[in-house]
Design a protein around this ligand. Structure first.
Ligand code: ADP
Ligand code: MG
Length: 350
């Protein structure tokens, strides 16, 4: 505690991000019965008619915290800012319909820079047919700040929450794991090389895939179409923004069940494996704790095994267990270790 004459101030570092959100919001009342889900899922869900809901999610991207303009092309930054928001809607088994974009920028930023960010946002909007419906513009003292809010008007019965997983459901994941974090490691490393010797031209071709996964992630809307075309309804779902281990913990907590993940079922790209060797960081660290893959983790009834495995980009990595407990990893040597909710956290504790 820092002593002030009248007031005691608690440093933020004493809390993790989720504790802070809980502490600051816990006394709010809910006034409207049409609010089906407030804080605690990928989106808030409000019922707007008998069969339809309005989904809303918002994200804040801060220069120096979420992105580094020295190696991020602004057009990719715009695309990513929109896509990570779309991903929160997609994680509810819905498609986004509109966004608002708010920007704060300073004299360090040019007109063209912001224009290119908007071009990237537009490319993402065109890809998923999303309307830009407004926003806000402000100056800032130094850093660029982008805040995007995304909405979706969608069928109520299609919506999938984090909390719906059932005992013995299969745990599935799309795509490969850890690539975005591997890409970030390469970009950060090249930045240090460049700062020491600006004449060195990096050759990043052999890491093009992981760098693209970091700079220009694409939300898995193809999976929403796959579910729809095959009449599949996941029982719970979340997107991977803060690493697989963290997200499995969210699913487990929300569904009040345990989970077992098989280490030998976790899949990564060849380039992620190369980065793991290059930096001498275990591959499982990338796959379990690397953030920003924006792949989907979902659970589904074991009766749907055949339909789900039709899609070669979906892998079954584990199953939900009966009792609420810490999710476990079954390692290659057949021993179990707890899957800790480590990953990227703002402020102090993880
Ligand atoms: P995500 O990783 O999907 O962006 P977060 O971890 O940021 O989600 O947020 C978790 C939950 O807390 C969400 O429901 C979000 O809307 C809510 N939330 C986050 N920050 C705040 C805040 N400052 N005030 C109120 N609610 C918040
Ligand atoms: Mg957030």
């Amino acid at each position: 505690m820092i002593e002030n004459k009248e007031v005691k101030f608690t440093p933020l570092i004493q809390f993790n991000e989720f504790e802070l959100i809980h502490e600051w919001t816990k006394n709010f009342k809910q006034y409207h019965p049409n609010l089906l889900k407030g804080i605690g899922d990928d989106c808030a869900v409000q019922q707007i008619s008998e069969n339809q809901v309005l989904l809303t999610s918002t994200d804040l991207l801060v220069e120096g915290v979420h992105f580094d303009l020295s190696y991020t092309p602004p057009i990719h930054l715009g695309y990513k800012s929109a896509m990570v928001n779309f991903s929160d809607i997609i994680a509810m088994n819905a498609m986004p319909t509109s966004i608002t974009v708010s920007i704060a920028c300073s004299n360090f930023h040019s007109f063209e820079l912001i224009q290119q960010i908007y071009q990237g946002i537009q490319i993402a909007c065109d890809e998923l047919q999303v309307d830009l419906i407004g926003g806000d513009t402000s100056s800032s003292r130094k850093d660029l700040i982008i805040s995007i809010t995304v909405n979706s008007i969608f069928d109520k019965e299609k919506i999938v929450y984090r909390s719906g997983a059932k005992h013995a459901d299969l745990i599935c994941v799309t795509g490969d794991l850890g690539a975005a974090y591997a890409g970030l490691q390469i970009l950060e490393r090249e930045k240090q090389v460049f700062l020491q010797n600006p004449n060195v031209q990096p050759d990043l071709n052999e890491y093009d895939y992981v760098i693209e996964r970091q700079l220009r992630p694409r939300a898995r809307y193809d999976m929403i179409r796959f579910f729809n075309e095959n009449q599949l309804q996941p029982s719970s779902m979340i997107d991977i923004s803060d690493g697989l281990s963290n997200e499995i913990n969210h699913l487990s907590k929300a569904s009040k069940l345990g989970a077992v993940i098989y280490q030998d079922k976790l899949y990564s790209d060849y380039q992620t494996q190369k980065v793991s060797e290059l930096l001498n960081i275990p591959l499982t660290t990338f796959m379990l704790y690397g953030g920003e893959d924006y792949e989907l983790i979902f659970t589904i009834s074991p009766q749907k095994y055949n339909e789900v495995t039709k899609n070669k980009d979906i892998r079954i990595i584990g199953y939900m267990t009966e009792q609420f407990s810490e999710p476990m990893l079954l390692q290659l040597d057949e021993s179990y270790i707890p899957l800790k909710p480590y990953g990227y956290h703002h402020f102090g504790k993880s």
